[in-house]
Ligand binder design. Sequence first.
Ligand code: C5P
Length: 352
Amino acid sequence: MSELANFELSNFAEIFFVAMQITTDQGKVCVRTPCKVNPFLEVLSRRPDGYHDLDTLMVAVDLYDELEFSECEGSNWHLSVHAKSAWIQQQIGYNGDRLGDVHQNLVWKALGLLSRELGIHKGLCVKLQKSIPVQAGLGGGSSDAAAALVAAQWMWTGHYDHELACRLASQLGSDINFFLEGFRGGAWVAACLGRGEKVQPIKAHTNLNWLLVCPAIGCNTGTVFRSLELGADAPRSLLNENTSLDGDLGKSVELERVLFNRLFNAAIVAYPDLGVFYDRLRNIAPQLQFTMSGSGSTFFTICEREIAIRVSETIEQQLNCFTYVGNCWKTRSIAEQIDDLTLQSAHKNNRS
Ligand code: C5P
């Protein structure tokens, strides 16, 4: 049987979480990992290393990708990328069952970094089922990379070192750390500082419905940041201006009141078609306030579910886009769930 872990993964075939995000099945580890939106994004300054310091709020929304990790013979890795929706298939250049260059995928890069760090190189098959649009400001690639850092580490070593995952996450990108953290007792909301990798959980009312509108325009994050002109307005501050103190959780924020994205103008300078799309969106639903997520191209709004469903149908009919109506992602972090699997494995091993 497997030499992947210090214990038998098959012991856990029957483990099933109610909010099933991480499960094991016959030696496979399956992870569902969400997207994020940024209800608030301010750019504070340009840094000497070429990055920008941010003050941003991220909320996980329940549109998710699925990853299945299984051991394979030898020491090679295999990553296949799939999509059920025709929209995503078109976006990722779907050709049968593989994305063009898997080596550019953040999951592959995460495996490489982790393998070098651990000094372990074992065969691994990863099947990635994409439902989160790419180059859309929704953090899909980052979310997948976070899942890889957790699941592969657990499979290769038999335990999970959160500090290690966080350190590697910040080397790989700016948004990945958010997906490694969860929030006590519910949804996943955090203020993110530095490049975005310094994650501070924050309390917010999260029984909200989100309408995501993703145009057929991919935004490259670096290109959008390069179009940004800083200095015209004084920076806004999320934590100082919009938060109140709330018990032991520290800060609390009302998401509907903070909606702002400093990168919006930069994105429509870099991608003029995005500006045209936004104007058409506003004409279709003038009663709703749309905000761009991350460096684009997704626009989102918070509204009643019935309104979101009705408006999304009209938007899809009139604009070339993908829409999603969903809720906040209410679960514990990937890391906490892996901790549970590890604890239960130890418990079972002790009993047998
Ligand atoms: O961190 P990530 O790889 O997603 O960033 C992609 C690009 O976006 C960076 O190379 C950088 O040009 C820009 N960026 C930035 N400041 C940030 C995050 C990203 O300038 N905080």
